[in-house]
Design a protein around this ligand. Sequence first.
Ligand SMILES: Nc1nc2c(ncn2[C@@H]2O[C@H](COP(=O)(O)OP(=O)(O)OP(=O)(O)O)[C@@H](O)[C@H]2O)c(=O)[nH]1
Ligand SMILES: [Mg+2]
Length: 263
Amino acid sequence: MPDITPADRALRLGVAGPVGTGKSSLIATVCRSLADDLRLGVITNDIYTDEDARFLRSAGVLEPERIRAVETGACPHTAIRDDITANLLAAEDLERDFAPLDVVLIESGGDNLTATFSPALVDAQIFVLDVAGGGDVARKGGPGIGRADLLVVNKTDLAPYVGVDVPQMVADASEARDGRAVLALSRTDAASVAALRTWVLGVLESHRRGTHVPQDPGPMAPHFHADEEHPGGGFVHTHDAASEHEHESRSADEVHVHSPARK
Ligand SMILES: Nc1nc2c(ncn2[C@@H]2O[C@H](COP(=O)(O)OP(=O)(O)OP(=O)(O)O)[C@@H](O)[C@H]2O)c(=O)[nH]1
Ligand SMILES: [Mg+2]
């Protein structure tokens, strides 16, 4: 049997970003604008439910069977970065059941600013911020903001109500990204939706030509996971390359825990 190269399978496109920034809605928008031209599938990740998959099925953007849910049961970044098995199996199942697919969109559960996909799971990734999270967030950097293939500044229609200067936020984001792509998006702004469609088609074309190289935006910062069975205990979870998956047990008072500004 011939080897399967990345270009022979669907483009796997990750969508990450903090809770509520509009990841599911962006996926619905992409599906609406491309479903007539491409064969699409979607995988959602939720911690405890299949809510996002149900939202997308009820939006009627794709046949319901093409939308699969992974319940992570843990911090969302675990399933998109540390142990990607459940997502890889879901992607392979979808690609087999509906072969040939052109694009599989994978939505991360909403996480903090440092969560990104492993390049072993996705070929390209979009990081989604929204104007309602504050115009200064784009300046704060981090692996997703700095190095995702595309940074989306979403819900620009809300900018006048939350006092955010969108061109300034986009300029700050471009600076934080050394000029990598930034897109100001609102599902109510047809021109921005057309630009998103063009971006996805461009990445798909590079993927098919074999010229697209998946990038690793970089690991998330070390952080503390509480141990629910042993109150006061837990482990420090590091993601740097040398100690990927390392879990160092500590009691809570030994560890300096930073509460993320946003979950
Ligand atoms: N005004 C406006 N609201 C939007 C837009 N996109 C999404 N929303 C709203 O923002 C809220 C969150 O959208 P979702 O798409 O569920 O966000 P999400 O990032 O998938 O959320 P989680 O998966 O829970 O992290 C919903 O109420 C959407 O209707 C937009 O372009 N403009
Ligand atoms: Mg969602």
